[in-house]
Design a protein around this ligand. Structure first.
Ligand code: PMP
Length: 459
């Protein structure tokens, strides 16, 4: 295989991995009998593993990240040039790529004006929680301190981010968690909680019910994913977002939209919220910002929020007393800038819309033959197929069968994902998030593999 030529001792790489690397989200007992997966090369939509096997990656690096695809030399060049010029200085100072990327980003986000850099989606979200708590202390006598989050949403892996996570089984064994995080119901109509016509508005009204129960004066912010990712690829029903915005305004609650997955093109617009005509107070983003070529996350907010942290310069407690060391790395914004250039130069938003529609149609077509698909959902190149044991009762498919479909696709050389394992009730949705460069041939290969796998697993 091309590219493995220089690595003549790949077996020792795999052995070193088996001996010393603790993989994320993995039960390591399995590696006593099978080799750990080591990915050694990528180009476009494809990656090669240590055994030389080629895979079509339908999940952009496993977790919705490599939006512009693998092997982008122009990003590598931009990062290299920046690193030899100036690699790092703490974020109390600015940098050339940090300044230019912030300007370019803000041009795409009307109504927002300030970018705070850190390294991961979890951190970007934690920054918001800290800002909200500080605003509460300084402007609301410490009373507006609670943060609402939604069942099934996910906002990260750190303890406070987990406290705001709506997949409670993920949190088991990591508590106790900090106080002040309050859950609102999810809005997935396929898993109906209310038997009404205008489901979107009803699901949003459920948020208002929680606000009234908790006391509107105690709530500082509401955090939502625009389209829920790991909790089931949930595209909110019509009317939902408009009503959510009204409710936030009515009770003076800051709206925080977590674009860690949807941000930077995934759904066919720069940001997922831009489909719904809402105006957030905070937007967080990470994965697709630099497509995994460097670690970067952004917490973006309004001038009004920003001004609350500089209104009294004589008060030493007034400014945002926060730092992330590596928020000062210049590789992140340098990579992000070229990532954005690529999306513009190659028209990848338009491709995402076109290929997203094509993929949704192709998945829907599979439903005729495969009764195991209960519903397909998606926005742009962010798609899900919920698998069921029975289409009429909508009983979720057994997790083992869902994983068998994923494994069968893998054996066919196509990497797909599924919603969270070990989270009963949420673990039955196949996930697709190919790079925004996907072609019809790529989509055909992906849906073809899924169809074949469903046939073998469900009959
Ligand atoms: N928010 C959402 C919606 C996510 O899907 C994730 C990661 N899967 C995060 C936040 C956390 O991002 P990170 O892993 O970079 O901390």
């Amino acid at each position: 295989m091309e590219g493995l030529a220089g690595l003549n001792d790949i077996a020792s790489v795999v052995e070193a991995d088996r001996a010393h690397v603790w993989h994320h989200l993995s039960q390591h007992k399995q590696y006593e009998t099978v080799d750990p997966r080591v990915i050694v090369e990528g180009k476009g939509m494809r990656v090669w593993d240590a055994k030389g096997k080629e895979h079509l990656d339908a999940v952009s690096g496993g977790v919705w990240t490599v939006n512009v695809g693998y092997g982008r030399e122009s990003i590598a060049d931009a990062v290299r040039d920046q690193l030899v010029r100036m690699n790092y200085f703490a974020g109390a100072a600015g940098s050339i790529p940090g300044s230019i990327f912030a300007k370019r980003l803000i041009e795409k986000m009307p109504g927002l004006s300030r970018v705070y850099y850190s390294n991961s989606g979890s951190e970007a979200n934690e920054k918001v929680y800290k800002m909200v708590r500080q605003i509460s202390h300084r402007h609301h006598g410490g009373k507006k301190w609670k943060i609402l989050y939604r069942e099934r949403d996910y906002h990260g892996t750190t303890i406070a981010a987990l406290a705001s996570g709506g997949q409670k089984q993920r949190n088991a064994q990591y508590g106790p968690f900090p106080d002040g995080f309050v859950e609102v119901p999810h809005c997935l109509e396929y898993r109906k909680q209310w038997d009404v016509e205008n489901y979107g508005e009803r699901a949003a009204d459920a948020i208002e019910e929680v606000i009234l129960r908790e006391g509107p004066d105690t709530i500082g912010c509401l955090v939502l994913e625009p389209v829920t990712a790991g909790g089931g690829v949930i595209v909110p029903p019509e009317g939902y977002w408009q009503r959510v915005q009204e409710i936030c305004r009515k009770y003076d609650i800051l709206l925080h939209i977590d674009e860690v997955v949807c941000g930077v093109g995934r759904t066919g617009t720069w940001f997922g919220y831009q489909h719904y005509g809402v105006q957030p107070d905070f937007v967080t983003m990470a994965k697709g910002v630099a497509s995994g070529y460097a670690a970067i996350s952004c917490t973006v907010t309004t001038e009004a929020v920003f001004n609350m942290f500089k209104d009294d310069a004589s008060d030493p407690m007034s400014y945002f007393r926060d730092i992330s060391t590596f928020g000062g790395c210049t590789a992140g914004p340098a990579a992000a800038l070229e990532n954005m250039n690529i999306i513009e130069r190659e028209g990848l938003l338009a491709n995402t819309v076109a290929m997203g529609d094509y993929a949704l149609d192709s998945l829907s077509a599979l439903m005729d033959k495969h009764k195991a698909i209960g519903e397909v959902r998606g926005k742009g190149l962010f798609l899900g197929a919920e698998l069921v044991a029975d289409r009429d009762t909508r009983e979720p498919a057994d997790e083992k069968k869902v994983q068998a479909v994923v494994a069968d696709c893998m054996a066919q050389g196509v990497i797909i994902g599924a919603t969270n394992r070990s989270v009963p009730g949420f673990n039955n949705t196949l996930c697709l998030s190919p790079a925004l460069i996907a072609t019809k041939d790529d989509i055909d290969q992906i849906t073809g593999a899924i169809g074949a796998a469903l046939g073998r697993v469900f009959g």
